[in-house]
Design a protein around this ligand. Sequence first.
Ligand code: BJW
Length: 231
Amino acid sequence: MADFRKLFAKAKHIVIISGAGVSAESGVPTFRGAGGYWRKWKAQDLATPQAFARNPSQVWEFYHYRREVVQSKEPNAGHLAIAECEARLGRQGRRVAVITQNIDELHRKAGTKNLLEIHGLQNLKLKMPESQWRNFPGGCEEAACGGLLRPHVVWFGENLDPAILEEAGRELALCDLCLVVGTSSVVYPAAMFAPQVSARGVPVAEFNIEATPAASTFSCFDGRKESIKPR
Ligand code: BJW
């Protein structure tokens, strides 16, 4: 941790890549850990465009349940520390960007401003040609025009928003320290962000309660395992 503190003190541009583990202490289930969604249900039945085409009600039900779970949840000490870090470093002319795979909006609720939500949000969008998608606050499944609404998230086999990916690429290319927080780092393209940063010699620190396969590819800082649980 002493090494990390030294790196953190001199970093001018920090990218934080986060995943479901950052929200675990808020009571939001992860995907692959104990009690995780993909331990109970098959991702192919709930998080693919094919599943939505086959059985939209089942997919709606899953995301409706997820929205309800999150509605009662608040940012935890981890979200707040990240937001506070962005604000404090910002006052010193240093930059923090958060690239999250989470759709729960808890980073935003905690006050994080420079935030890229690469897997989307929990609200609904109309299933129409992409250029015509319109956002809805959530809750309703049918729009006035009769089109199908779907969760505004990125499912397996779908491309991430190119504009958001481009912005993430810019942050990753410029950062001089990268933190990987609460993600199993198995889902692409997010899983390759930290290894890419590490490959150009930038230190990467992983904060997780378990070892992940990605940590072995971090060349400079092998990521001491730190729980983000408040002490
Ligand atoms: C704590 C903690 C505490 C707990 N403190 N830590 C290249 C190679 C192979 C496959 C592919 C590839 N490129 C694309 C693919 C296919 C696919 C993919 O990656 N598959 C892999 C599973 C192999 N990717 C895609 O399809 C992506 N699209 C794409 O790349 O398009 C182009 C393309 C398509 C097809 C082929 C090739 C190219 C889209 C991915 C969309 C992912 N969608 C989901 C669901 C939607 C959103 C939602 O419903 O919420 O996103 S799946 C799910 O996984 C969700 C998450 O955002 C994502 C990541 O999970 P995360 O956050 O890491 O959670 P967990 O549960 O896995 O881990 C939690 C971690 O926290 C654990 O490590 C714990 O230990 C830790 N933890 N408590 C610290 N207190």
